[in-house]
Design a protein around this ligand. Structure first.
Ligand code: URA
Length: 434
């Protein structure tokens, strides 16, 4: 078998056998297949697709290209959550301490931001001293001790996915359902949890733009996981506007703390509860969605969720005083408001453009090696459906550079669509696939 034959088969729309996929993944892991052949194959998969069997086999093989965590010593039920990536998506920062405060054991490996979406690890690293580089043993011991941990994915977790993802990111081959499914599910399988909820983002600011695509992707991931003996529930949620009001690393930490203090934005709270209720019922901590929501509401009301976040920051060597004093988090030197140029209702916030403006400000990366500015970003004053008067504030831009501020402002001016008719926002959750 030769690499060129595998590429040729996919180019001609053939179905790969297990042997072919094994040869392909082994060749990638042993560095025998160069990047130019891998990218040719990725494009062929994008154009000609993969059937369910191929996707399941590919997922299994990718998962096995690195460490497979064994979390069985922690508890019978180990929870995990993953998002396909959104703008202002800080749910992990809220959900992880909340689940632990409710009695769950949740072990979360996260990534850094790339492209237009942010990464949980960058957000956490905006907290002074926060150590995301836990060794596997430390990670497991921490979940046993306090019920939760959030650590950076080690380089060898689903190694082949790392290789694929870096190449996909620069070859316009990210938005391909079998590649997304095998990427997400392989990492979840390797991460070791047995109760997994996936937040599948759908809309302008997500990898998948339509409900139909999101549904097909969700079904694929749920079925592939079943084939590999894992339980995954997919929640399809809207990414037609940012989640919450804050976009940018430290700004999102502040908004997450606000939710844990009981003062969060409605969409953030609703989605956290939707995902959390699935995890709590599957882990048999709650017997119904209503009971799960009651338990979560109580954990926020009595301060235990916030305390858990404090405990998580402390044990991972971060400065937890930032919970009570936001001035301990990185703060931009310039905060400039952007005002509405007409009266009406916010019909749409162009999420991708808003994310690009944040990237220009320095909140995100173009390349993996780029450094980021934790303090910058955008704080919205209005969301879809809100009434706005001419001259009223749409948002605040947080920047450390006058030039970048101007560039971002030019994009943000075009990011709000204001109409005379009131538009109701899309439902936050479209569908749950189990
Ligand atoms: N998130 C992932 O982990 N992989 C993808 O391919 C897309 C989103």
């Amino acid at each position: 078998m030769r690499a060129v034959d595998i590429i040729s088969n996919k180019k001609n729309g053939k179905v790969h056998s297990r042997e072919e996929l094994e040869f392909w993944i082994n060749g990638i892991v042993s560095n025998k297949i160069p990047d130019y052949q891998i990218t040719a194959w990725l494009m062929a998969v994008c154009l000609n697709g993969m059937n369910f069997d191929e996707t399941a086999i590919l997922t299994e093989l990718i998962a096995k290209t690195g460490t497979m965590l064994d979390l069985s010593s922690i508890d019978d039920f180990i929870l995990d959550k993953h998002s396909t990536g959104g703008v202002g998506d800080k749910i992990t920062l809220i959900l992880i301490p909340l689940m632990a405060a409710c009695g769950g054991k949740i072990a979360k490996l996260s990534g850094r931001g790339l492209g237009h979406t942010g990464g949980t690890i960058d957000k956490l690293e905006s907290i002074k001293g926060f150590n995301t580089g836990l060794e596997t043993k430390e990670f497991i011991e921490q979940v046993k001790k306090i019920g939760c941990a959030i650590a950076s994915q080690t380089n060898d977790l689903a190694y082949a996915d790392k290789k694929f993802y870096e190449l996909r990111d620069v070859t316009a081959t990210v938005d391909c359902l079998p590649l997304i499914a095998s990427s997400v599910v392989s990492k979840k399988i390797a991460s070791g949890a047995n109760i997994i909820v996936l937040d599948v983002k759908c809309g302008d600011g997500a990898i998948v733009k339509t409900k139909d695509q999101a549904e097909r992707l969700s079904k694929l991931m749920v079925e592939v996981a079943k084939r590999l003996n894992r339980s995954i529930t997919a929640v399809i949620s809207s990414m037609d506007e940012p989640l919450g009001y804050n976009v940018g690393n430290a700004l999102e930490v502040i908004e997450s703390i606000e939710v844990l203090k009981g003062q969060g934005a409605k969409d953030l709270v609703d989605l956290t509860f939707e995902l959390g209720s699935i995890l709590l019922t599957k882990a048999k901590i709650a017997s119904s969605k209503a009971q799960a929501i009651e338990i979560m509401e109580q954990a926020i009301k009595n301060g235990s969720a916030l305390n858990k976040f404090r405990e998580l920051i402390n044990i991972q060597k971060g400065c937890s005083e930032c919970i009570d004093d936001y001035s301990l988090l990185p703060k931009a030197s310039i905060i400039e408001p952007l005002y509405a140029s007409k009266t009406g209702y916010v019909q749409k916030i162009k999420t991708l453009e808003l994310a690009n403006a944040c990237k220009i400000l320095g909140a995100g990366r173009e390349r993996k090696t780029d450094s980021i500015d934790y303090s910058v970003g955008v704080v919205l004053n209005k969301k879809v459906g809100d009434k706005i008067e001419i001259g009223e504030k749409l948002l605040d831009i947080h920047s450390n550079s006058v030039e970048k501020l101007q560039e971002a402002k030019n994009i943000l001016k075009e990011a709000f669509v204001i109409t005379n008719e009131k538009t109701l926002p899309e439902p936050l959750v479209y569908k749950i696939i189990d």
